[in-house]
Design a protein around this ligand. Sequence first.
Ligand code: URP
Ligand code: ZN
Length: 473
Amino acid sequence: MLDLIVRGGTVVTASETFRADIGVTDEKISHIAAAGSLDGLVGDTTKVIEAEGKYVMPGLIEPHMHVKAPFSNTIDMLDFYTASKCAAFGGVTSFMDFSTTTKDTPVLKAVEERIGEMAEGALDYSVHAKFITAGNDPDELRNTVKTLVEKGVPTFKMFTIYPGVMIQDADILRIMEVAKEEGALCGFHAESNDIAQFMTQKLVSEGKTGWEYFNQAKPNACEAEAVNRILTFAGLLDAPVYFYHLSAKESVNLVREAKKRGVRVQAETCGHYLTLTEANNKGVDGINYLMSPPLRSEEDRKAMWEGIKDGTLSLVTSDNEVFSRKIKEKDLEIDGDTGEKIPCFTTPVNGIPGLEERFGLLMIGVNNGDISLNKLVEVGSTNPAKVFGCYPQKGCLAVGSDADLIVVDPEKNVPLVRENLHYPDELDYNLYEGFVSRGWPVCTVRRGEVLVENGEFKGKRNSGRLLRRRLKR
Ligand code: URP
Ligand code: ZN
């Protein structure tokens, strides 16, 4: 007898759309068969989800989020259980975060710590290892990389900006070479520290400190320079590389051209770069829209959709890091005369929510005719699983795969505002006022267990499982 049947839905994968029943046994998809043909396997204990008139898709995978991440002398608002709840309501069934590597907490220790923290959630989970140095001992570096690969943590992140976590170019090259040899993938937050520092000083000296200037402090060239540099390193070493959160049209062009030259590069953009622009940084609420890289022009926004359509960008992620406005404003100076807070883009912590909105932001692309539903599945689930080494266990609906799926009601309209989302009440602003997703996940299933149904979160604390990932070489 089946443990679970999802009956009569329209199955949407990255490549196909067809009507079928899905049967689940022991956490795995055991049957995908013509609608109605599995009824003989339905017993007293079988959980039945009626999906007639609905889409059934693989659960989304969120490979880029920051939870419990110390940043700019503060920390974001979520814990991994709350994050798993928000994520599950937004159709996510697995997520990945980053180790908080510091001078005093080396990579392996930081990875272990993060794995321990993530265990409190209800989603399956994994960690990317953050490197801030290659160290002085080549053998130790190799052992570290080998250990990470053996542990199922074969994906790394490095920052080309932010003194403190920023890594030197020579160290990037050393890590890239070892990673290539040991079957790991180096990923980058690519922004030029020098350009950002130079532009910030210039703008501040001119008294241009309002929120709308943030984008000029980190212009398109700030991202493109670092992307170009990393692509040069990747070409030199014939090493695979990944870019987190691309936002500038120049970067997409650089990746497109590099792919043509045979550079082994994969890249993502985020939901906010597909839907918001620098216009959102204007006015008193501009502070809410500070994230790095910054929001850009309408032309850049359209270039992100083009990048997705032609496959230059293969993932759409959230880069979720939730701060209340109160936290964002905490270090602002107060005007002695008016008592008002003085806008200054150098002060607030960067980062925005997005874990729960990601499906909706992609769905808006589907509703607008920018992408197909299959493409939504590809960039939100299948490619994250492939790029980060957990396919076909995750990221697809296939016999033998984990039964991670969502049932989407195509008629359910959800405005992407706080009252429809599940972030803590202290999150005191909306980013996506006026954005409505036509189509929304009404049921989320992780390894055959229902996490969300009838608007209720049923996921249990500590029920997620650590993913052991391995990259195809
Ligand atoms: O502003 C952002 N994106 N905050 C999260 C940390 C990062 O830069 O990825
Ligand atoms: Zn980043």
